[in-house]
Design a protein around this ligand. Structure first.
Ligand code: CA
Length: 231
């Protein structure tokens, strides 16, 4: 399974059966820079969720087959998706419905008809809340990092790291595939005013690779003349 949090762009799964509504949502989310997947019903949604855990689910209440409410309940029941925020789109703004939705764990509601601006504001707000709370797990290849507990695992075995190595690894894991120049890593990990030269980065990258072991450590690539990249 791919962990969406390791991607730079937040992944949003839109579950909506009406094509026109779905298209408007998808168009606007993509325009805002989000990566978007779609499902037309509960079965498709289950397949999408099994393949990739999104950062946010936009879920229509009235779906053919499995209802949005039941789907929200299932998303909450499964360990892999338990912490994924869910915004429910509902034509039914009655208080009782909102309470039922909140009971199964929806994070927010938007009542149709809604404005695109309102929807985007809710999306931003829920993503902001979820990235500051909850358990943050980064995963790249065999390396897993729990941001909350500051623990790192390689193939489920904990790897003890010093604070500099930990912060280096976190920076690399937050943008897999991106090439970081030594100066960028210095600024991010040591701070802009630190009195260290860029060779220090090489020393700590070497320590980090050694701690991660040959396979996972080998995922940190040296990009000649530029810097380092993970994955
Ligand atoms: Ca619908």
């Amino acid at each position: 399974m791919i962990c969406a949090m390791a991607n730079a762009r937040p992944q949003i799964l839109v579950i909506e059966d009406e094509p026109a509504q779905r298209d408007v949502i998808v168009y606007n989310l993509k325009k805002q820079g989000y990566a978007v997947r779609t499902a037309q019903n509960g079965d498709q949604a289950e397949l999408e969720l099994a393949e990739l855990v999104p950062d946010l689910v936009l879920l229509d209440w009235m779906l053919p087959g499995v209802s949005g409410l039941e789907l929200a309940r299932r998303i909450r029941a499964r360990p892999a998706t338990r912490d994924v925020p869910v915004i429910m789109l509902t034509a039914r703004g009655e208080e009782e419905d909102v309470i039922r939705g909140l009971d199964v764990g929806a994070d927010d509601f938007i009542t149709k008809p809604y404005s695109v601006a309102e929807l985007m504001a809710r999306v931003r707000s829920v993503l902001r809340r979820s990235s500051s709370g909850g358990v943050d797990i980064l995963q790249v290849g065999d390396i897993e990092m729990n941001i909350d507990t500051n623990r790192v695992y390689v193939t489920a075995q904990e790897v003890p790291l010093g604070p500099l190595e930990f912060n280096l690894l976190r920076t690399l894991m937050q943008r897999p595939g991106r090439v970081f120049e030594r100066d960028q890593l210095l600024n991010t990990v040591w701070g802009r005013n630190a009195d260290v030269d860029s060779r220090t980065v090489d020393v700590h990258i070497a320590r980090l690779r050694k701690a991660l072991g040959p396979t996972a450590g080998g995922e940190i690539r040296t990009i000649r003349g530029r810097g380092y990249s993970l994955g």
